[in-house]
Design a protein around this ligand. Structure first.
Ligand SMILES: [Cu+2]
Length: 218
């Protein structure tokens, strides 16, 4: 009797894994601009229309580095509740701040890799700057869903392991002309899918970065 229930349990586990696999879909996404050029650094995320997500675990972390007086990466998508490290990999000081409503914070002038972590607890765009180096700009994009990614240089990315369900899939990019609402595509996901997006971008505008100074002060 004991052996039969044990075998049943094993069968149950094997079947659950199999069924679980069946319903974990991948969405292959491609993002182009209105001229047909691949758009990199576009955040693509799938919001569940019904049901709730597992929240980001206490241990969810991400990194926004500072290298050669630039933020790396330029765009960092995170799930709400994620704590982000801001290590300074340069041998000069940076002063990181954001005035964005989704997260106002400041990490006053610091060097090294031990700056406090910042927890991102509201959805939305957080634009980052450095008080010392005006050209240093980056974006943290906070989403409620655990299903998010961003496009590579070729404008492509994959949303993976999506359980079956109805989702709204949308795109965000720092230079997008329209709100991300206009990109919403609703999909009932039961199998792998492909989605193509065309978004309109504002012209690239970056503050001029001065040539390396001979004094090495900054
Ligand atoms: Cu700086």
């Amino acid at each position: 009797m004991r052996n039969i229930s044990c075998a049943g349990f094993v069968l149950f586990i094997v079947l659950s894994c199999f069924v679980g696999k069946l319903y974990a879909a991948t969405i292959r996404v491609s993002v182009l601009d209105d001229k047909g050029t691949a758009v990199k650094d576009a955040v693509v995320y799938a919001e569940l229309k019904e049901g709730t997500y597992p929240s980001a675990s206490q241990k969810s972390t991400a990194t926004m580095d500072q290298q050669n007086k630039e933020f790396i990466p330029y765009v960092l998508p995170v799930q709400i509740g994620t704590s982000v490290h801001f290590p300074n990999s340069d041998n000069i000081r940076h002063h990181v701040y954001s005035f964005s409503p989704a997260k106002k914070f400041e990490l006053p002038l610091y060097k090294g890799k031990t700056a406090n972590k910042v927890v991102f607890d509201k959805p939305g765009v957080v634009a980052l700057g450095c008080n010392i180096h005006d050209w240093m700009i980056a974006y943290i994009y906070v989403v409620e869903t655990p299903f998010f990614t961003k496009t590579a240089d070729n404008g492509k990315c994959n949303l993976t392991d999506l359980p079956a369900g109805v989702y709204e899939i949308r795109v965000w990019h720092p230079r997008m002309k329209n709100a991300s609402e206009v990109t919403v595509k609703q999909l009932r996901i039961q199998k792998n899918e492909e989605l193509d997006y065309k978004i309109e971008l504002k012209p690239e505008w970056r503050l001029h970065r001065p040539p390396p100074s001979s004094t090495g002060r900054y």
